[in-house]
Design a protein around this ligand. Structure first.
Ligand code: ADP
Ligand code: MG
Length: 541
């Protein structure tokens, strides 16, 4: 008799083979169903309530998938590619998931028929290389010599991104703002130099952009209202020092046996604080910002000397101020004097002003780094949150387009063009590969089809028209959302940067191959040190 060999511990769940691949594909299909309807200008939004009761309204594939807390191991791959698309190019997160799932769905029949996954994967890789090559080939390079033309290009790319969002109707307004913000940055276009601040109340059109740093007025003590609120070319000190009396008292335990000694300690505490304040004043500082609290004594002291102060400034705001205005964040004022200019920042104008019901500190005309702050207005909090996410997509797209000015037409046009090219190519290869490449080519049609379905159009009809146009070499024909028809989306200025599509195609294919190559999932049971549920139930623990 054969001896029984046990290699996995008891309770390990493993499933493998063909059925495992098919079940993974089905799980991915279920995920795609969740976000299918959000695609495109006529896509719907999702309202997701998390376990703490926080509601989020979003149209962004990556955001929705993140919030869904998917536990299926294979389906989590989709969450990861959506995230990576979001991080890499910012937009196209729904498209990438739909494309992956469609590739999987179309290849599912081959798996069911017993074709080996490696053959499928090889064919997909080949087709992907061809597709990305084709995108590069047909992408239109728009010269950036003409500043005006370049700006128009960027605005159109931003508008295409925004047209599928909640703020689609204000897309002209916001695309200008996004392009302004990105063009205010320096060459490397650092994302963290664009601050986005949200102030509830007011209308969307009251949102504005500030050429510099802005942040909400911090908590302040009595005396603050007497401070100067506007300076021209101020000296700005950025501190990581607490200017409050309680600090020293909290730091140590002291045992005393008479009142005189107590008084000495109180006096010492005051003189330490005054010493710091005097150093700041003597150095000619006008604006004091600190990450740590600034107490009432200090606030009053600054007020008496025509200085401005803000304590508890958030770290990223302080860092952005430092990068923009120069200087350094200092932890001691010991060596501060009028000569120590390099540790102090400056800007053209500092002022505090009112936005809606909130007060903001503005630093404009910053000499060092180029930075911009968007101040968003709008009704509900969830609404502004979604506006912020939408603008993030648009900012990323504009950054991409600045770096790389080749574009393709959206609205399914580029997908149809790729589908046609690959279908034509598939006819030239023999054997099984032909079938797989044709299935892959068909997968691209999911984007125009879903755009139609979400808009309530007859998808079959529109797709037939599109296939016919593309067969006649009108390669920029896509869905016309306005007129339930097809149109040349290049002239209609539905533009997307080519890199977005290239990234989406490679990411989708890689994810599909990954899922196809997994034929076994092994789930190890929780450590046996923990009592099992059954044991708990039987009170054996
Ligand atoms: P994603 O998360 O993939 O960016 P979106 O909901 O933003 O998903 O939808 C993007 C799709 O909508 C793209 O295929 C884009 O080409 C298309 N699209 C955007 N604006 C238009 C428009 N005005 N007409 C037709 N299609 C559009
Ligand atoms: Mg989008």
């Amino acid at each position: 008799m054969q001896p029984m060999i046990i290699i996995l511990k008891e309770g390990t769940d493993s499933s493998q083979g063909k059925s495992q691949i098919i079940s993974n594909i089905s799980a991915c299909q279920a995920v795609a169903e969740a976000i299918r309807t959000t695609l495109g200008p006529r896509g719907m939004d999702k309202l997701i309530v998390d376990n703490r009761g926080k509601a989020t309204i979003s149209n962004d594939g990556a955001t929705i998938l993140k919030l869904l807390e998917i536990i299926h191991p294979a389906a989590r791959t989709l969450v990861d590619i959506a995230k990576s698309q979001d991080a890499e190019v910012g937009d196209g997160t729904t498209s990438v998931v739909l494309l992956t799932v469609e590739i999987l769905k179309n290849t599912k029949t081959f798996i069911e028929d017993g074709m080996h996954p490696t053959i499928i994967i090889r064919a997909i890789r080949k087709a992907t290389a061809l597709a990305t090559k084709k995108v590069k080939e047909i992408a239109v390079y728009v010269k950036s010599d003409d500043a005006k033309e370049h700006r128009a290009l960027l605005e159109k790319c931003a508008q295409t991104t925004l047209s599928s969002k909640l703020i689609a109707r204000q897309r002209e307004f916001f695309s200008k703002m996004v392009v302004d913000a990105v063009l205010m940055l320096d060459e490397l276009l650092p994302l963290n130099m664009i601050g986005i601040k949200k102030v509830t109340g007011g209308s969307l059109e009251e949102s504005r952009i500030v050429d510099g740093v802005a942040f909400k007025k911090t908590f302040s003590y009595a005396g603050f209202e007497m401070q100067h609120k506007k300076f021209l070319k101020p000296k700005i000190a950025l501190l990581n020092i607490e200017l409050e009396l309680k600090a020293e008292r909290d730091n140590a335990e002291i045992r005393l046996d008479n009142v005189a000694e107590y008084q000495k300690i109180v006096d010492a505490e005051w003189s330490i604080l005054y010493d710091k304040l005097e150093k700041l004043h003597a150095a000619g500082v006008n604006v004091v910002l600190s990450k740590l609290p600034i107490g009432d004594v200090a606030t009053q002291y600054f007020a008496d000397r025509d200085m401005f102060c803000a304590g508890r400034v958030q770290e990223d705001d302080l860092k952005r101020t430092q990068k923009a205005c120069g200087g350094a964040i200092i932890t001691t004022v010991e060596n501060l004097n009028e000569q120590s200019q390099q540790v102090m920042g400056t800007c053209e104008i500092f002022e505090e002003s009112q936005i809606g019901s909130e007060r903001y500190n503005f630093f404009t005309g910053c000499p060092k780094a180029k930075t911009a702050t968007m101040i968003l207005r709008g009704g509900a909090e969830q609404f502004i949150d979604e506006v912020e996410r939408s603008l993030h997509d648009a900012i990323m797209i504009v950054r991409r387009a600045v770096k790389n000015d080749s574009i393709v037409a959206g609205g399914g046009a580029i997908e149809m063009a790729l589908s046609r090219t690959l279908r034509d190519y598939s006819r030239t290869v023999p054997g099984k590969e032909q079938l797989i490449i044709a299935a892959y080519a068909k997968a691209f049609e999911v984007i125009p089809r879903q755009l139609c379905e979400n808009a309530g159009f007859d998808a079959t009809n529109i797709l037939n028209k599109l296939r016919q146009k593309h067969a006649e070499n009108h390669m920029w024909f896509g869905v016309d959302i306005m007129h339930e028809d097809v149109s040349d989306n290049f002239t209609a200025a539905v533009w997307e940067p080519a890199v977005v599509k290239i990234n989406a195609i490679t990411a989708a294919s890689e994810a599909a191959c990954l899922i196809l190559s997994v034929d076994e999932t092994i789930k190890v049971p929780k450590s046996s040190a923990e009592p099992s549920n059954a044991a708990k139930a039987m009170n054996m623990a």
